[in-house]
Design a protein around this ligand. Structure first.
Ligand code: ATP
Length: 318
């Protein structure tokens, strides 16, 4: 928690201020959406921000992957983007930081669930997925996958803070950060730490239906409040292509025009969509790489288009 964080629009009239010692504990804080995070964090500029910045100093592009709702495919999309960025480009160093304390799934999806992280004098070393792709996951650090589920907010936040400040990344071109789904305490703290450590921008993953898009709008507001550039929105599971007859159908109907329309309304880039493909789910469950195994699939074609635009957007900033 830092004094730099703006109070939410819905903060009580007599908010003591997020940097105050009374933050989260004073009577007016009752019912404020930030109450728990204010109460649990140290006040004033958080020294962890400096450490996180230092850790990420040789990382050219730091990209947060966010989702409003859980289960929309944020982790799958993060893994796909990382594989696509690293594929066929040996001189491009890519890494994934799996900060999803609620369900760290990257070790499984990237096929390194049996690996272990090592700690040296300079911090935790990420696990190698490929020559130019590595992964650090909060899952590697939990003694049991059920650990974090029973922790209270402050303990989760402390774990995220420690995790972000103690990984030795070395030199990277792209670091994709898989964050906890919004808008939990740990989502706020991971996204806030990283936004203050200087990120290139955020990608927001959604499905086409209005219930998911509603939460994406909140996520866009959040990014704007913490000054994180929105690189774009990716709509996942937009269409289902039947593997038997190749007929296309909408499993999650886009009753309000889907992510493309929402992007127009909110004035943020639309990066593209990925189809719902049961083969993708199976390959991810088995930790296999769809790009090498099914290069001509619709998923890989769509993914390549998204990654090309993403690289253009990131390079444009330089
Ligand atoms: N395009 C897709 N086609 C088929 N299955 C998909 C697709 N995208 C995601 N899935 C599957 O949907 C499930 C949920 O995906 P994932 O874990 O990536 O969601 P998430 O948003 O990261 O979830 P959480 O909020 O719990 O972190 C997984 O089983 C995954 O394999």
């Amino acid at each position: 928690m830092s004094a730099d964080i703006k109070r939410p629009d819905s903060a009580p009239e007599h908010c003591p201020g997020v940097g105050s010692d009374a933050a989260g504990k004073a009577a007016p804080c009752s019912g404020c959406p930030n109450q728990q995070i204010c109460a649990s964090g140290p006040k004033g500029p958080d020294p962890a921000i400096g450490l996180i910045k230092e850790r990420l100093i040789d990382v050219k592009h730091k990209i947060l992957v966010l989702s409003g709702k859980g289960g929309v495919g944020k982790s799958t999309v993060t893994a796909l983007l990382s594989r696509a960025l690293a594929h066929g480009k040996n001189d491009r160093n890519v890494a994934v930081l799996d900060a999803d304390i609620c369900g760290p799934s990257q070790p499984k999806v990237l096929g390194v669930a049996d690996e272990q992280v090592h700690q040296s004098g300079s911090g935790w070393s990420p696990v190698s997925v490929d020559d130019n792709l590595s992964l650090m996951s909060i899952g590697f650090l939990l003694s049991s996958p059920d650990d974090a589920v029973i922790w209270r907010g402050p303990k989760k936040n402390g774990m995220i803070r420690q995790f972000l400040s103690e990984v030795d990344w070395g030199s990277l071109d792209y670091l994709l950060v898989d964050t906890p789904p919004g808008t939990s305490d740990e989502h706020l703290s991971a996204a806030t730490y990283l936004s203050q450590a200087g990120v290139t921008g955020a990608i927001i993953v959604t499905t086409p239906q209005e219930v998911a898009l509603l939460d994406v709008r909140k996520e866009i507001d959040f990014c704007r409040k913490v000054n994180v550039r929105i690189l774009g929105v990716i709509e996942n599971m937009s269409i289902f292509v039947c593997p038997c007859c190749e007929r296309m159908s909408e499993i999650f109907p886009a009753t309000t025009g889907g992510a493309r329309q929402m992007c127009k309304e909110m004035d943020v880039p639309y990066l593209g969509n990925l189809p719902l493909d049961p083969k993708l789910a199976r390959l991810c469950d088995e930790g296999r790489d769809i790009i090498t195994e099914m290069p001509s699939s619709l998923v890989v074609q769509a993914l390549n288009g998204i990654v090309k635009d993403l690289i253009d957007l990131c390079e444009k900033k330089d």
